[in-house]
Design a protein around this ligand. Structure first.
Ligand SMILES: [Zn+2]
Length: 293
């Protein structure tokens, strides 16, 4: 049986109605799957995808935990703009089977993050730091890319272990997603979980470039913003530590992004900025200067 057949069989077992036989079959096959060599379709445990319904449930629980610790920014004009910009990227993304929820976090910290299942958070500091709409779209597109690539749920899968995953994919323990979210509770846990591999970052960048371009926005904004972040971080590594924990921007990523962007077919009328973005920026409070530590 090829790796593909094995995966296919396992997936179809997971999506059918639960029976004791299926439970045993799945429970028995998971360790085999996990021990498959990491080649071809990939025998690593994180490649065994948790079904979308469970992923969304986990993301939702997770977002509830996180929102106990963060303060959301509620200015309706700002929130509406961010949601509309995000949804214009989601619409052209490669994953439209879930409803994305986009919120603004009331913090100066320059960052954005996405939880499994499409829960997206954009920090106020990021909006203020972006010079134009294409730069902001670049970072948001990157986060949507993590959701499209299911990087968060893969990461979680890797961390929680086989036994729990068996329960989760079979769905025999409805409280499981909530318990797991509790385990990773808090922003610290989330940041730890959202440390993606270099490959995941590369994939999110590539997906973002395509989304931004397809949405009619100039993708070069992504590269210029990464350059800006790298410069900020080089100048003051501790002041921008949080950003770089979740979004390392080595020169290689910038080079790759520029290469992918120039390879795109020429398209007239790509939007670099909008009046609305500049208006939104003016509504935000000024950022406090970052202290050098
Ligand atoms: Zn990332």
């Amino acid at each position: 049986m090829s790796c593909f057949d094995f995966l296919h069989g396992l997936r179809s077992l997971l999506t059918r109605k639960w029976t004791p036989f299926r439970y045993m079959a799945v429970a028995a096959s998971l360790p085999i799957f996990a021990s498959l060599p990491n080649s071809g379709c990939g025998g690593t445990i994180e490649n065994l995808l948790i079904p979308t319904g469970q992923e969304v449930e986990m993301g939702e629980q997770f977002s509830k935990e996180i929102e106990k610790e963060i303060k959301l920014y509620k200015d309706p004009e700002v929130v509406k703009y961010i949601q509309e910009l995000g949804q214009s990227l989601v619409k052209v993304s490669k994953r439209t089977d879930i409803a994305y929820e986009i919120k603004v976090v009331d913090t100066d910290e320059v960052n954005a993050f996405a939880l499994p299942g499409g829960f997206l958070y954009v920090n106020r500091g990021l909006i203020s730091t972006a010079e134009n709409e294409s730069e902001l779209a670049g970072v948001m597109g990157h986060e949507i890319g993590h959701v499209v690539g299911r990087h968060g749920v893969r990461q979680m899968t890797r961390q929680i272990g086989l036994e729990l995953i068996t329960s989760l994919v079979i769905g025999d323990n409805p409280g499981m997603a909530r318990q797991l979210a509790g385990q990773f509770a808090g922003i610290g846990g989330a940041i730890g979980m959202l440390k993606y591999s270099r490959n995941a970052e590369r994939e999110a960048d590539a997906l973002a470039i395509q989304e931004i371009y397809d949405a009619g926005i100039d993708p070069m904004g992504m590269a210029t913003f990464f350059e800006k972040l790298k410069a900020l971080h080089d100048e003051n590594p501790t002041g921008f530590a949080a950003l770089f924990t979740t979004h390392p921007a080595p020169a290689e990523r910038i080079t790759n992004a520029k290469r992918d962007i120039t390879a795109l077919p020429k398209k007239a009328g790509l939007r670099k900025d909008s009046e609305r973005f500049q208006r939104i920026k003016k509504r935000l409070p000024a950022l406090k200067p970052v202290k050098k530590k």
